[in-house]
Design a protein around this ligand. Structure first.
Ligand code: URA
Length: 242
């Protein structure tokens, strides 16, 4: 199965990278004689620069057959450089959270909603805008359809808001919650950013959410469990299934 999924993913990613799909604004169709002039133009250029996305495509990575796919917001500087998701400070935090429930990266698949780095005019990382998230969503949906995981973990509000079509998600309530998304379990946690890790309450809430996730994966409530008598991670649950 991994071969077929890898081939489909490679083709999807190549298409995205080649067509810049999910990156470029569709043409606004604004005629040039309505374009702003002078100060307005300078302001428009600054706003546009503040909304820029990098040009380097950062694909997902990991085991395409994993029961769990984790979805972040978008790559940052480190990810853009290495063309791999979650390799910077947030990635180190994610490793700690995965290790906390006995998992390593090679047992899961990690990707982002937006596959290009959102950056400010000063060249700093920023969160993806609502429009950028909206443009990226159809390609994430295709990616998830190919990967076909039992559990999708949304790391932060961007992925969760986009997939649930809930722009005003309250993360304090959403952290550790789960819902059904077309037959899959959608699990939400705070983003494992350094900002959240520095806050003792959010850091503790993140570890608690991952503990919950670990329990869910062990039990494997629906598909995998009923099919194979094992949890999502293939762990046979002694006594439960004879
Ligand atoms: N934050 C994200 O959401 N994704 C990354 O890949 C890195 C940091």
């Amino acid at each position: 199965m991994a071969n077929i999924k890898n081939a489909l993913l490679t083709s999807l990613y190549a298409q995205l990278a080649a067509t810049r799909a999910g990156r470029d604004e569709p043409s606004s169709g604004v005629a040039s004689d309505t374009a702003p002039a002078g100060d307005e133009l300078a302001l428009a250029e600054k706003v546009a620069a503040d909304r820029a996305l990098g040009s380097i495509f950062v694909p997902g990575s990991g085991d395409p057959d994993a029961a769990v796919v984790l979805v972040g917001e978008a790559p940052g500087r480190d990810e853009e450089k290495s063309k791999r998701p979650f390799v910077g400070a947030a990635g180190k935090n994610l490793d700690l959270l995965l290790n906390h429930i006995g998992l390593t990266r090679d047992q899961v698949f990690i990707t982002n909603l937006v596959k290009y780095r959102p950056l400010t005019a000063a060249g700093r990382n920023r969160k993806p805008s609502v429009q950028e998230s909206r443009r990226a969503l159809p390609y994430l949906v295709l990616e998830l359809a190919i990967l076909d995981p039992a559990v999708i973990v949304c790391l932060g509000a961007a992925a969760a808001s986009a997939l649930l079509h809930q722009p005003n998600l309250n993360m304090r309530q959403a952290n550790g919650s789960r819902s059904d998304l077309d037959g899959r379990t959608l699990f939400i946690t705070y983003h494992p950013s350094p900002f959240n890790f520095r806050n003792p309450t959010r850091r503790a809430a993140l570890f608690a959410a991952f503990t919950e996730l670990g329990g869910l994966l062990l039990l494997g409530r629906d598909r995998v469990n009923s099919r194979a008598g094992t949890g999502y991670l293939g762990t046979r649950l002694d006594g439960e299934h004879g």
